[in-house]
Design a protein around this ligand. Structure first.
Ligand code: COS
Length: 384
């Protein structure tokens, strides 16, 4: 077990930090206030390899390992979780799902364009009536001579309103439950497919979130990703990677809280001394440091397994649960340290709290992560 980053990983960290400080941090506050999705920043990330971090070079990606990937997502998460979310969906939920489940034609058609940022993707699993109970889909896919016909609604879909391709999950035979689910790649502009943006979110306000509506939407036969019946496994295996991205981003939030608090606690004077000299302030910062280290190590443990191709649902759920809850705690304490200033968007800590809270909910709530951990520990399913 080696806890040191390689020379290449240190270089990745330095490069992403520089990009984030120069391109993302200066506009994060304004994008949050205006709920502006900064496509221009996403496009700038493509030549640096961020949009295809884990995709093999053969398909136009950077071919990086999962620890380097965690470093990228930590650094982007430290700067702006909205952008980290967009990137996570592109790389972890869409790119890797196509890499792992797609036909050679689908990989060649979509992966290079996803890596170059020519197209953006979204992952449409959640429905108004199917969130945690993800296999209970109402959306249907009917097979006809001409192709598949999709009917139903997806909601809370990150990138949904701006995506050029959507990975959509639908039920082909309700009697088969999760074994009837299939995944499809649906292209923007397909007749019968419309989107409606969701505004007014608590956090991740600069990310794009939408409802996807399918009304007799006809797609070709070769839009199927994997086989009929593979859909639920496509979704769950993609979420193993998506949750890893969320956990990495939350490490970034905690690190951001530490960096902001250390600076502020040295500058801010009360009772004739810097507030950093008070034990109650040091206690909060010490807890953030421990939570940050623990979260990062949990992420790296899951990443180490992913690098070896070993199943890691349990370890990824632990990392996602611990890092997201720790990020909420760190941001709450950071606001307390900043006092009234912490309640203002002059500093990033209130945005960190709003964004961290979302991370305890999307891609599987903390409760679902605990039930996955419980199942792996006890061998007894609390769900289904
Ligand atoms: N990778 C690959 N396959 C997986 C898997 C994974 N991580 N997890 C489960 N599967 C497979 C199982 O092996 C099983 O396959 P078989 O039918 O061949 O045995 C199948 O999927 C069903 O598994 P299970 O019975 O455990 O599924 P449940 O319906 O009980 O659901 C939970 C399990 C609750 C864990 C799942 O529905 C879940 O993660 N819900 C949260 C969804 C979520 O995160 N939504 C957020 C929005 S998406 S951004």
């Amino acid at each position: 077990m080696d806890f040191n980053l390689t020379y290449e990983q240190k270089m990745v960290k330095e490069m992403v930090r520089k990009f984030a400080e120069e391109e993302i941090v200066p506009v994060a506050r304004e994008n949050d206030v205006k709920e502006h999705f900064p496509l221009e920043i996403i496009k700038k990330m493509a030549p640096l390899g961020f949009l295809g971090a884990l995709i093999p070079e053969k398909y136009g990606g950077a071919g990086l390992d999962f620890i380097s990937d965690a470093i990228i997502f930590e650094e982007i998460g430290r700067a702006d979780s909205s952008i980290r979310t967009t990137l996570s969906v592109q790389v972890h939920l869409v790119g890797l799902a196509i890499l792992n489940w797609g036909s050679e034609e689908q990989k060649e058609k979509y992966l290079p364009r996803l890596c170059k940022g020519e197209i953006l993707g979204c992952f449409a699993l959640t429905e108004p009536g199917a969130g945690s109970d993800a296999s209970n889909l109402s959306m249907t896919a009917a097979f006809t001579d001409k192709g598949w016909v999709l009917n139903g609604t997806k909601t809370w879909i990150s990138n949904g309103g701006i995506a050029d391709i959507s990975i959509v999950f639908a039920q082909t035979d309700k009697s088969k439950k999760h074994e009837g689910i299939a995944a499809f790649i649906v292209e923007k502009g397909t007749h019968g497919f419309t989107t409606k943006e969701i505004k007014g979110k608590l956090g991740l306000r600069a990310s794009n979130t939408a409802e996807l509506i399918f009304e007799d939407c006809m797609i070709p036969k070769d839009a199927l990703l994997g086989k009929v019946g593979d859909g639920f496994k496509v979704a769950m295996s993609a979420l193993d990677n998506g949750r890893y991205g969320v956990a990495s981003g939350c490490v970034g939030i905690i690190q951001g809280c530490i960096d902001a608090c250390v600076k502020y606690a040295k500058e801010r004077h009360q009772f004739g001394k810097p507030i950093g000299s008070f034990q109650l302030i040091q206690e909060k910062i010490a807890r953030m440091v421990v939570d940050c280290d623990a979260s990062r190590l949990l992420v790296y443990r899951a990443g180490g397994l992913k690098n070896k191709g070993i199943k890691n649902t349990f370890e990824t759920s632990i990392a996602k649960y611990f890092a997201s809850e720790s990020a909420v705690r760190a941001a709450t304490d950071a606001i307390q340290i900043f006092g009234a200033y912490g309640c203002s968007n002059e500093y990033p800590v209130e945005r960190y709290l709003r964004d961290a809270k979302v991370a305890t909910i999307y891609e599987g709530t903390s409760e679902i992560q605990k039930l996955i951990i419980g199942y792996h520990t006890l061998g007894i399913k609390a769900f289904g």
